[in-house]
Design a protein around this ligand. Structure first.
Ligand SMILES: Nc1nc2c(ncn2[C@@H]2O[C@H](COP(=O)(O)OP(=O)(O)OP(=O)(O)O)[C@@H](O)[C@H]2O)c(=O)[nH]1
Ligand SMILES: [Mg+2]
Length: 189
C-alpha cells in the first residue's frame, strides 16, 4: 500500500498505514456530512453561505475542502478530504486529489438524472480505486442501485462497487470506506 507523507504534527504509528482518501461528488451529495460522520472531533470544514440555491437550497456550501482524520480502522490512519461540489471550485479537485490512494464518489439520488454525473467524476479521477455511494435514497428511491451498477458497467471496465448510504449515519459511511479499503488491498488483475 502506498504511504502518504504524514501531516507535520503527527508521527507514524507502528503497523498503521497512512492513507489519503478523497470524497467527491455533486453539490449536496453529503460529502461534508460524511467526513464529519466518520471523523468525530478530528474534522474541519470550510463552509460559506450558499449563494446558489438553484441547485440546492441548503444554507452553506464547501468553498475549499473538508478534512478529517479517521481512526476507525485498526490498520489505517486515514486522511479524508472532501471536495467542494459547486463547479466554480472545480480547480480544488486536482489540488485535493494529489497523492490520493482511493476515492469515494457520492451521488445524491434526489437530483435529476443523478447517474449521469458519475461519468464526469470517473473521467476526472481515472484509474484510482473507486467506490460509489448513493445518498438520499430515503427521499428518492429511483434510480435504483441496480441502475447505477448497469451504468457503471457501461462506463468502466473495472468493477466499481455501489452502495446505498446515508451520509448522516456513521455506520453507513464506515461500511463505504471499509469496502474501498478492501478494493485498495486487492491487487489489480
Ligand atoms: N434525507 C437524507 N439527507 C441526507 C442524506 N445524506 C446526507 N443528507 C443531508 O444532506 C445534506 C448534505 O449537505 P452537505 O454534507 O453539506 O453536502 P456536500 O456534498 O458537502 O455539499 P457541497 O459542499 O455544497 O458540495 C445535509 O443536510 C445532510 O444532513 C441521506 O441519505 N438522506
Ligand atoms: Mg461540502
Amino acid at each position: 500500500m502506498k504511504q502518504t507523507t504524514p501531516a507535520p504534527a503527527s508521527r507514524p504509528e507502528p503497523g498503521r498505514s497512512e492513507i489519503k482518501i478523497l470524497i467527491s461528488g455533486p453539490v449536496a451529495a453529503g460529502k461534508t456530512t460524511a467526513v464529519s460522520s466518520i471523523c468525530d472531533n478530528d474534522f474541519v470544514a470550510t463552509e460559506a453561505s450558499n449563494t446558489n440555491r438553484v441547485v440546492d437550497a441548503k444554507d452553506t456550501t464547501t468553498v475549499a475542502m473538508d478534512y478529517g482524520l479517521c481512526n476507525r480502522f485498526p490498520e489505517y490512519k486515514i486522511h479524508l478530504y472532501g471536495t467542494p461540489g459547486q463547479q466554480r471550485f472545480d480547480f480544488m479537485w486536482d489540488i485535493l486529489g494529489k497523492g490520493m490512494d482511493g476515492i469515494v464518489i457520492l451521488v445524491n439520488n434526489d437530483q435529476s438524472a443523478p447517474h449521469r454525473v458519475l461519468s464526469d467524476f470517473l473521467r476526472a479521477f481515472p484509474a484510482i480505486p473507486t467506490i460509489v455511494g448513493v445518498t438520499k435514497m430515503d427521499r428518492a428511491p429511483k434510480p435504483s442501485i441496480g441502475a447505477y451498477r448497469t451504468l457503471l458497467k457501461s462506463l468502466v471496465d473495472t468493477p466499481i462497487p455501489v452502495l446505498n448510504v446515508d451520509a448522516r449515519i456513521q455506520r453507513d459511511v464506515e461500511q463505504l470506506i471499509g469496502q474501498l479499503l478492501q478494493l485498495m488491498d486487492t491487487p489489480a488483475s
